[in-house]
Design a protein around this ligand. Sequence first.
Ligand code: PMP
Length: 309
Amino acid sequence: MPALADTIWFNGQLIPWQQAQVHVMSHALHYGSSVFEGIRAYQTPQGPAILRLHDHIQRLYDSAKIYRMNLPFQPQQLVTACHQTLAANNLTNAYIRPLAFIGDVGLGLCPPVDAVCDMVVAAFPWRAYLGEDSAEQGVDVCVSSWQRLAANTMPTGAKAGGNYLSSQLISAEAKRHGYHEGIALDVHGRISEGAGENLFVVRNGALYTPPTTASILPGLTRDMVIKIAQQLGYTVHQESIARESLYLADELFMTGTAAEIVPVRSVDKISIGRGTRGPLTEAIQAAFFGLFDGSFSDRWGWLEPLQTE
Ligand code: PMP
């Protein structure tokens, strides 16, 4: 793979992209023992800003806590590392990928209790995850034959590397059958989330999204959409959603840091609404993207200005 940027932050140092290497016997490579984040930075009229950087880093440390991983840096040092990595690569609009993983600590399944994680921050330009025109044109999705993890198997509230084998099955199956993305049900047969996105249903002018008990990753974009929608005067229900509610939705959209806000135009080849982006989705998108061009006020302090020093 060609380098996506010049420099990567690796265990406290900025080093050339190609030199950021690990040993093939790294624990995470064998057992999926890593936690990570996906964060976006946007160019704004006030200069580049990182969207909810502190909240993302908090989620990284929460994920690590669940797995009892020892992280060798404080959260504030990772915040600084994200700023440094963006600045070192002259990036303004970018995707940031912090990662903590159990490295070359021996091959026992259970890592030594005093094993300390390696930590990485990469940053690079990244297009809209579900396709360049997905925000306007929408995407076609299917309900996956793979279910999300049951609550007592692996915690979906942790953003851990191993969880993404489930996401890969869901996403790859969908793509194999010609869809852009797959949606998983939870083990009770209720709607959970997309392979890497949360889901919102619009019906009679209100929004519905599965609760955190539906085996979802509680996304920060989901949280922002809830708050923006309420600010715009819409009611948002966090409640269990039946599969058939997807087919009967007036509008449907997915949210995530990588995907941003993407309308769903069909589910299992059933057209949603008129099969095009609906007005409520468009209003939420306009407010969300308006945070970055200054047309919608960031009253929550989500945009954290890039520090270049
Ligand atoms: N669910 C899953 C499984 C994800 O991987 C993501 C992307 N991080 C999301 C939901 C959306 O989360 P966020 O809005 O915080 O990116």
